[in-house]
Design a protein around this ligand. Structure first.
Ligand code: COA
Length: 233
């Protein structure tokens, strides 16, 4: 048997084994995807999904864009990479309590190794994260991140976004949101939705500006469900 085929079959066995484990109803087995405050967020659970996620997607460099904020700061928006674990963790640690609460809903002070890995090792297919970075003292700092996770059928995706406190109200939120929506639309996703706390006026204004409809969550009046149709590219 050719060597590559053996390797492939071995990989397939590993994937099937993992898939079986993932669906095992054992106690303590958590679902994998994390988007917002929930640790069991909208990931799919269909049997093909892990095999799908093992498909290697090339780094989508066409999503890299350079821009200048209103105050003249040069910023790059780019898809996240596994090597960004350090700047992503530093970014979350530096968030104010309010921003952290609006983004994660609980007292997440820093990301666990599992969340950090999930947030930075995206598949660029069903799960995409775009970060905004700038240079300070000769090194790259993360000033914001926006991500979506799509359902298996890629018709709908859930999004989340957060901007570093010092950089809020300078335009990165709108630029990241615009870039994320364009990427989702280009990937053929038709609808984008999210949960926003009803007290989060900044985010509700931002989503309204991008055409999202908002309605109160039937089961929790503190939460607004926002949703928009992405249309065709
Ligand atoms: C909400 C958030 C993403 C906005 O990002 P931002 O970079 O400050 O937003 P921008 O500077 O690009 O402003 C875009 C729009 O957002 C709205 N906005 C931003 N700050 C606002 C504020 N203080 N009051 C009211 N509206 C505000 C406005 O509609 C604004 O458009 P305008 O400048 O034309 O009025 C940011 O405040 C944030 O990260 N908050 C904490 C985390 C969070 O709430 N995440 C959402 C959960 S999914």
């Amino acid at each position: 048997m050719p060597f590559q085929l053996v390797e492939f079959l071995e990989l397939l066995q590993v994937a099937q084994h993992l898939e079986v484990r993932r669906h095992a109803p054992a106690q303590g087995v958590q679902r994998v995807a994390v988007l917002q405050h929930r640790y069991d967020a909208p990931a799919s659970s269909s049997p093909g999904s892990l095999l799908d996620s093992l498909r290697l997607q090339p780094y989508p460099s066409h999503l890299v864009q350079r821009l200048t904020l209103g105050d003249g700061t040069a910023v790059t928006i780019r898809p996240i990479r596994p090597e960004d674990e350090g700047i992503e963790q530093e970014f979350v640690r530096n968030l104010s309590d309010e921003s952290r609460y609006y983004r994660f809903r609980d007292a997440v002070r820093e990301l666990s190794p599992r969340m950090l890995s999930h947030f930075t090792r995206v598949d660029y297919d069903r799960h995409l994260a775009l970060i905004a970075v700038s240079e300070r003292d000769g090194r790259e700092i993360q000033i914001g991140v926006a991500r979506y996770v799509a359902a298996d059928d890629r018709q709908r995706c859930e999004f989340a976004i957060v901007i570093a406190d010092d950089w809020q109200r300078k335009g990165p939120g709108a630029r990241l949101m615009q870039a994320l929506m364009a990427a989702a639309r280009a990937a053929g996703i038709r609808e984008m939705y999210g949960e926003v706390l009803a007290s989060n006026h900044k985010m509700l204004q931002l989503t309204a500006r991008f055409g999202f409809r908002a309605r109160f969550d039937e089961s929790d009046p503190r939460v607004m469900q926002v949703e928009t149709t992405l249309g065709q590219t």
